[in-house]
Design a protein around this ligand. Sequence first.
Ligand SMILES: [Zn+2]
Length: 345
Amino acid sequence: MSDAEQVSDVPSAALAGLAAHTPWLANARQRVATALRAGRLPHGLLVYGSPGVGQTPLAWWIAQLLFCQGQGLGPCGQCDDCVLFSAGTHPDLHYVGREEKATVIRVEQVRELGVSLTGKSFRGGYRVGIIDPVDLMNTNSYNAFLKTLEEPGERLALILVAQRTERIPATIRSRCQRVHVPGPPGDEALSWLRSTVDAKTDWPAYLEDCGGAPFAAMEAAGAGEPVGPEMELHLFDSRTTPDPMSLAQVWSKDRPAARLRWLELRLQRAISELAEMSDEVNNNPRNRLKNSAARRNIRHTFVLLDEVRRARQLEAGPANPLLLWENLLVGFLPATRQATRRDDR
Ligand SMILES: [Zn+2]
């Protein structure tokens, strides 16, 4: 495998193996496999879903299926190509991913992929290119990639992995078949994690950290304690009196990206709870008061949410993490307490 500069620690072949037994990926697996066996699989696939629900594992599973010499609806795991794939040394697999601390997939990476994919297959079968996440490509990268997508040559498959498809130019989208990866229901995610990884981990806490996305929860559990309970305590519990500067010191170094993601999800949840309250139809004057407070708090919470989203974008780049967290928390702490309260107690 060339170009491999993956950020995730889980080996790609292991991801493909996991995808083979993931119940909420079953529909997508079957659609792709059936199309492939019927000779109807287009050369461009856009595999997308919320972060960490399984689009990356599914992409690797599809790559293995394309290489596999068996004719089944899943990779056989036994043939020479499956063995090469599992060892991470399949010569016809070419991967472009996010480089550490990079905010875009550079045009040079895409050009190199294009070059790797021209020419004959080493093993006589498919040549496969994976770009993950394709959302991080910029205009130049997309333009460079379009040529490969438009003139694919024989037995070439391009698998694009995305979280959101809106930002991908229509010229790219229209040349790919979409494969949507849905998120699992909460109980399915939980029982899958318990049976696939272990039964001891506090999976509900990690799932909450990650918006219910099981593969993201797996990665989070490998990185340390869940961030949610600690952040809930310091940011939203009125019984604590946290110091923003010392929290910034710690949080800027300890999984800052996971913390910002949790914060974004937490504020989204606060907004929907407040919205539910403000919509309550009730003639009780006391409730009317509550409702207007809820509406005011929704506006505040939207402002906070914008700040967190801005911080998430900055955090992914070369920003100074300590400064970023200090700025966020200094204004944020008094305001969160105020705004995300469910009523004017
Ligand atoms: Zn095989």
